[in-house]
Write a protein that binds this ligand. Sequence first.
Ligand SMILES: CC(=O)SCCNC(=O)CCNC(=O)[C@H](O)C(C)(C)COP(=O)(O)OP(=O)(O)OC[C@H]1O[C@@H](n2cnc3c(N)ncnc32)[C@H](O)[C@@H]1OP(=O)(O)O
Length: 412
Amino acid sequence: MGYTHPMTDALVPRVEDFDEISALLALAFHGSPEPELREVQRAVFEPDRALLVRDGGTAVAHAGAYTRELTVPGAAVPAAHVTMVGVAPTHRRRGLLTGLMRRQLREVRDAGREPVAVLWASEGRIYPRFGYGLAAQHLTLSCDTTELRLPEPAAAEGPLRLDRPAAHQAELARLYDRVRADRPGWSSRDERWWAYVLADVKTLRDGATERRVLLHEGPTGLDGYALYRTKAEWGRGGPCGEVRVDEVVAADPGAYVALWRLLLSIDLTRRLSFGAAAVDEPLLRLVNEPRQLGAHLDDALWVRLVDVPAALAARRYAVDVDMVVEVTDELLPENAGRWRLAGGPSGATCGATTAPAQLACDVRALGELYLGGAGLGALAAAGRVRELVPGTLAAAGPAFGWHRAPAPMEVF
Ligand SMILES: CC(=O)SCCNC(=O)CCNC(=O)[C@H](O)C(C)(C)COP(=O)(O)OP(=O)(O)OC[C@H]1O[C@@H](n2cnc3c(N)ncnc32)[C@H](O)[C@@H]1OP(=O)(O)O
């Protein structure tokens, strides 16, 4: 049986189809189906949220979603975490992805539970056409640690312990949840997600050690942890090993510095890499030579407002804002029209209005602004937001910002 139109032909797979989906994604991402990784991914797979296209019985296109919360400025909102998107090389550029994205967004919208969708894109050019805007960037650090010093501690730093991460899952989860509340871009992690995050697939270690957790004890218990591994290397000048940091979570500045002090000075290592640094990572404000952090800017989260008024009302705003915005949305026409947003640091409302608009933009620009990481002024300067009433940008710009930059953690 061949396919005719992916909007109608995409099926909701069964859990038993996972191996086939996994093989399709390995094909699309140029990997080989790897049994240990497959089991880790199977544990978080949500078949009832997935869409699978078959051609003559063979899986040729897939898109999935995870049910998680996303921290946004001042709140956490249910968000469809879109994932595992792939089309077989033999079936690309025939509109399969377009059909899957349209159907997925329609289903999320009609279910009415998640006002936004969020994803990591393999390539930035794929998702804007579906209304996704680049809402969060991140830094990858590649440092020569011999060039970096941290300030001496003002007071004695708490004790540090090293252990196997899995032995501390519940403690890590409690701390993560405490810190997550104030970090737009972090996603909720239930037990399954913690198992996913802590899984340490051997074939993905690239010659490095197993993953370790570094724990910092504050006066009232655990207040910081780092997940990392090391890789031994020897050169003509002697040891030149590498520290590979996956995650640093600290509820207290003292814990943060203590963790980094150890990570930056592990014996026999000379380099450190960290792929999940925030654009406003405190380390940039601590080291004596920020340039030597070797920071590289990358795109991270792409956000799509699925229900514009519900999404805009769900986040908070840095300062009071009251304005009317005219929105266009080709894929979800319910979002198009004029919306009055009235909000501030303690909450917001948003509803349809016939009042004249002060700003105009497409739904993608709103996705870009949603986590507080993109400037309204920058979008206006790019011609992507139009100021219809002079003065609106200056008044509304600060409202859409936030005191912390959005900073995603794991790639999902
Ligand atoms: C959230 C995630 O999982 S991100 C991971 C995405 N997956 C991958 O990168 C794996 C490898 N790539 C693929 O599997 C496929 O190429 C996909 C999924 C990116 C695209 O699937 P397709 O079915 O070929 O997309 P489709 O035919 O619907 O293309 C729609 C439009 O997007 C464009 N487009 C799609 N993918 C790309 C791309 N990678 N680069 C540039 N343009 C692209 C097409 O040219 C087309 O444009 P047009 O409408 O102007 O003709």
